[in-house]
Design a protein around this ligand. Structure first.
Ligand code: ATP
Length: 780
């Protein structure tokens, strides 16, 4: 219907449409105060296209009006419980059926029979799960489309049909966990046919139940994807629903608490809204800008915090691999790299940020626009949590938690993931407290795993998480073989060289200090073992480079501090050597966990000198070990050759150091002489050496150099000879005193046969010892 002179006239084009005049009783020009003043006639239009009417109308609305109308429409729809009409591709009949069933069942009046009622409820629950899963599946295609429109880099052609069939077979093991198809596709590509234990227990609670997860599982058991998959699934869901944040609804208590808090605490000054008197056009302009900003808004959905930089890079890579077909972006932000570069990366608005807490907090303090959205994140992960909450280590984490937990509603609508291999590990009361306990009434009790977990939940402000603890009482991976090697401090270098030569393979050596890493790196460099160092005082670029080189070398040797102990997932690490007994049981578990990952075999050898026995016993107690770790067998016959080489390398190292010192002393002398305008013995007026024979410094330097060169040549010729000659048989002393001689055949150019691994050698030696013991007992 239109009135002449009304706005609607402009909306519809008179020439195209079939307007019909309406006969009105009485005068055509109304002037009778009946509310129709100015009306000169009526026309109706019955045959029209609603879309064009709406579109035409939209043109004339201010953004404010539009938003108001949208709000009203939504309210109206809510009242009527009608879903908003979306232009959708027709859904496959099966999926529609499931949803209809759920809705129908919900609307049906309840049956009188309680048994039937229960059965129906269970059925509804089951169908709801399937429906949720299918909704997520549907979301994938939506998300991909969004990605396609937003950025060309996310455009992915649909997989060919035969691929889909194959993929379904491959990913059968993931059924019923709520993992959407694009993620399944990426998992299939990686050959992950079924979930690991921690994944299958956490995924349904996280994806379908939207629960906080507190997960503890052995090292290398796939914890990264146990939080990575639910986060990616959740982001896909939020994107599909066009929701910026809040994966779950906050409860009423949270809302009330928030209201109460707000009533009690005055808002910070910067949050006080100052009413502005804007003219209409100014307001409209502002709103238009707001809308534009809205369109450009890139939400930060998830933040993952890790204790080390290398781990941040690795977690990002794992997430990116799983997100390959989702269009979701993830970046890593950590200290030691150019801040500007990281700011540039953040400007692109990645949906997931993996970070170390220090750099994250630093950027937040500088009001980085993207990271400031942390208040609105939907997912928070604290990886290696027990390490992250250690006193004095991560003050920034506490500050971050205080900030994001300030708003109770947001806190409640955020999903949290707390993971570590040693989350529930507890320690005995220290000796000094034991003594104090004896004289006290109020005794200090040992903390239980439950208490530890509870205190973590309290510290981090997490609500009723699902606790998934699948760690074994021994805390280490099932496929890990553990042993020790007793020797003096002096002998440790010999045994390390022996081990590396005798058992080639990717090896990580852990030390308790940076100095020790440096010394060993130099020594084993001289012994041609090509070690890579990793410690906190290295340049970050070098750290990453060394790690990369190590990863590429099948016989790589990494010498590191505990900075490499947690989380690093380097494929096919065969040996982990604790050059010193680790300071904590947690460090032992995490260091050892760099091998025997993802059900692969691996061995860990702890070198211990007599001074370390006490630490070793403490470690055994915490790790619930009732028996000593077995001793790793070493063939003493070859230690003399090993010793000769290592000693020579040590001498070369010493001489090199001496030479460097002499050179720097000469340099310092020259510089001082120049500054004081002096001529000193042994140098000409221009500071040049005048005679090598006359100057004491020069004489010493020359002698050193000669000696050094001689030793270098000697070492080089030794290193050219095979350490274990061809046809050599290893002999290990047994407890009976007899020598056990394993039969081995060495091929040309191969010092140790491939199948003679450290694990096998140890197992064989354990069997032999058992046999010898049996025989001894028989004789008795
Ligand atoms: N479902 C799966 N099937 C096969 N391999 C998997 C699966 N999930 C993860 N993995 C692989 O297992 C390895 C270990 O995973 P991840 O690094 O997540 O272990 P983790 O439990 O976090 O170990 P840590 O405690 O040392 O940090 C990785 O190489 C990962 O790609």
């Amino acid at each position: 219907m239109k009135g002449k002179g009304g706005k609607i006239v402009n909306i519809l084009n008179d020439e195209d449409l079939n307007w019909q005049k309406v006969k009105i009783k009485g005068p055509v020009i109304s002037n009778d105060a009946s509310g129709l003043e100015g009306l000169i006639g009526l026309e109706v239009l019955e045959d029209y296209n609603l879309q064009s009417v709406l579109k035409g109308g939209e043109k004339h609305k201010t953004p404010k009006q539009k938003r108001k109308e949208e709000r009203l429409a939504k309210k109206e729809l809510k009242k009527k419980s009608v879903k908003p009409v979306e232009v959708k591709a027709p859904e496959p009949p099966k999926k529609r059926k499931v949803e209809e069933f759920v809705e129908e069942s919900a609307n049906e009046s309840e049956d009188d029979d309680p048994k039937k009622r229960r059965k129906k409820k269970q059925q509804q629950k089951k169908m709801k799960k399937i429906s949720d899963f299918e909704k997520i599946e549907n979301a994938d295609s939506d998300t991909e489309d969004e990605g396609n429109e937003e950025a060309g880099r996310f455009v992915k052609p649909p997989p060919p049909e035969e691929d889909l069939v194959d993929m379904q077979e491959v990913t059968d093991g993931w059924n019923g966990l709520g993992v959407p198809e694009p993620i399944l596709r990426a998992l299939a590509e990686k050959g992950f046919n079924s979930p690991t234990e921690i994944q299958s227990l956490s995924l349904p609670a996280a994806i379908l139940g939207k629960k906080d997860i507190l997960g503890a599982a052995e090292t290398g058991s796939g914890k990264t994807l146990a939080f990575g998959i639910p986060i990616l699934t959740g982001i896909m869901e939020l994107k599909r629903k066009n929701i910026r944040s809040g994966i779950r609804k906050p409860n009423k208590i949270a809302k009330k608490k928030n209201r109460d808090d707000r009533d009690l605490t005055p808002p910070p000054e910067e949050l006080v809204e100052v009413p502005m008197e804007n003219s209409d056009s100014e307001e409209e302009k502002q709103e238009e800008e707001e809308i534009k900003e809205d369109e450009d808004y890139k939400p930060l959905y998830a933040v993952v915090l890790t204790p080390t930089r290398e781990l941040a890079v690795q977690v990002r890579d794992h997430i990116i691999a799983a997100a390959k077909y989702t269009g979701i972006t993830a970046v890593a932000v950590f200290g030691g790299l150019a801040q500007q570069k990281q700011e540039r990366i953040l400007k692109k608005g990645p949906e997931i940020v993996v970070a170390t807490p220090g750099r994250f907090w630093e950027l937040l303090q500088q009001e980085n626009a993207h990271l400031s959205k942390i208040d609105d994140i939907s997912f928070l992960v604290i990886d290696e949590t027990d390490r992250m909450v250690e006193k004095g280590h991560f003050e920034e984490l506490k500050l971050l938690m205080r900030r994001i937990n300030f708003d109770e509603t947001r806190k409640q609508s955020r999903q949290n993931f707390i993971f570590s291999a040693t989350l529930s590990m507890v320690h005995d009361i220290p000796d000094h407290l034991h003594k104090r306990n004896a004289s006290r009434k109020n005794k200090i009790a040992k903390i239980t795993p439950g208490m530890k977990i509870h205190s973590l939940i309290e510290d981090l402000g997490i609500s009723q998480p699902k606790i998934v603890d699948v760690t074994r009482s021994t805390q280490t991976a099932q496929t890990l073989t553990e042993c020790r090697l007793i020797c003096s401090i002096e002998q440790k270098d010999y045994y390390l060289y022996y081990f590396i030569q005798r058992h080639p393979g990717r090896t990580i050596v852990f030390c308790n200090s940076i100095d020790c890493v440096r010394r060993l790196s130099t020594l084993f460099g001289l012994l041609d073992c090509h070690p890579m160092a990793l410690h906190a005082n290295m340049m970050q670029k070098q750290r990453l480079k060394n790690l990369e080189r190590f990863t590429k070398d099948d016989n790589g040797l990494l010498i590191a501090t505990d900075v490499a102990a947690r989380g690093l997932d380097i494929p096919r690490v065969q040996h982990v050597i604790h050059y010193q007994v680790p300071r904590t049981s947690e460090n032992y578990v995490h260091r050892s966990g760099r091998t025997a990952r993802a059900n692969q075999n691996g061995i860990t050898v702890m070198f211990m000198d007599p001074g370390e026995v006490k630490s070793y016993l403490k470690l055994c107690k915490t790790l619930d070990r009732t028996e000593d770790l077995p001793l790793f067998p070493v063939s003493d016959r070859h230690l003399s050759v090993v010793k000769e080489r290592v000693d020579l390398a040590r001498e070369v190292d010493k001489l090199e150091l001496k030479n460097k010192r002499t050179s720097s002393e000469i340099g310092w002398l020259k510089k001082s002489a120049e500054e004081m305008d002096m001529i000193i013995d042994g140098f000409g007026e221009d500071g040049s050496d005048i005679s090598d024979d006359e100057d004491a410094f020069q004489i010493e330097r020359n002698r050193n150099t000669q000696q050094l060169n001689g030793k270098r040549i000697q070492l080089a010729s030794l290193l050219q000879k095979p350490l274990f000659p061809r046809g050599f048989s290893f002999k290990y002393p047994t407890s009976s005193g007899k020598l056990d001689i394993p039969k081995m055949q060495f091929s040309e150019g191969q010092s140790v046969p491939g199948d003679n691994s450290a694990v096998k050698v140890l197992k064989k030696s354990i069997e032999d010892l058992k046999l010898a013991k049996k025989q001894r007992n028989k004789r008795k």
